[in-house]
Design a protein around this ligand. Structure first.
Ligand code: SAM
Length: 195
């Protein structure tokens, strides 16, 4: 039985439902590596995970976690901003799924956090690379100042995305106090093209 107490549990169920063996996926914010390891296990040996973080400590922690629990050889780590995603992995790569778990590194420096300008820039780039049915999931922690800005900017961005091409939505726990994280998604509809 799923515990609906936290959007991360819901994200996990959704990832298990949408990510398949052999898929090409992105972790836009490596952090402590939990999402990267989940994705690594789901895409398996024939798939690939591109995992980005601006903090070397996050990459190192995640490599360790991966060596303990993931598939090991299907993850490419990049110690750089997710803003570079198109340039770094190639704009023509088709993406089946991406996760942007925003905010700061749990247990790390709370001053090093995602910012709405670069988050939206990176997400827009990944959205353009989505394959049919491909999905970008975004977890927003809005208990801190940057998170509040991100929540508001992402809300505006998602509401402006063309519904003929993408399905955009939001999952949130409406009866919890203290700004519980929210989960946003953008799914590319089958056979639809921009422009
Ligand atoms: C909430 S943590 C991610 C949690 C992670 N996905 C996990 O499973 O543990 C957010 C991470 O985003 C990283 N970050 C902040 N700005 C970034 C950027 N521009 N590009 C890539 N990563 C960034 C931070 O260094 C931090 O490690």
């Amino acid at each position: 039985m799923i515990d609906l107490n936290n959007v991360l549990n819901i994200l996990n169920v959704l990832l298990n439902n949408c990510v398949k063996s052999g898929d090409t996926v992105i972790d836009g914010t490596t952090g402590n590596g939990y999402d990267t390891v989940t994705l690594s296990n789901l895409v398996g040996e024939k798939g690939i995970v591109y995992s980005f973080d601006i903090q070397n400590i996050a990459i190192e922690k995640s490599k360790k976690l991966l060596s303990e629990s993931g598939v090991h050889n299907n993850v490419l780590f990049f110690n750089e901003s997710h803003e570079n995603v198109k340039h770094t992995i190639g704009k023509d790569v088709k993406i089946n799924c991406a996760v942007f778990n925003l905010g700061f590194l749990p247990g790390g420096d709370k001053n090093i956090t995602t910012h709405f300008h670069s988050s939206i820039y990176a997400i827009e780039n990944v959205v353009e690379m989505l394959d049919d049915n491909g999905i970008v999931y975004i977890v927003v922690y809005w208990g801190h100042e940057n998170g509040k800005l991100e929540k508001s900017a992402l809300d505006t961005y998602l509401r402006g995305v063309d519904q003929k091409i993408y399905n955009c939505g939001r999952i949130e726990l409406v009866n919890q106090k203290n700004c519980p994280p929210i989960l946003l998604f953008i799914q590319k509809r089958v056979g639809k093209k921009e422009g």
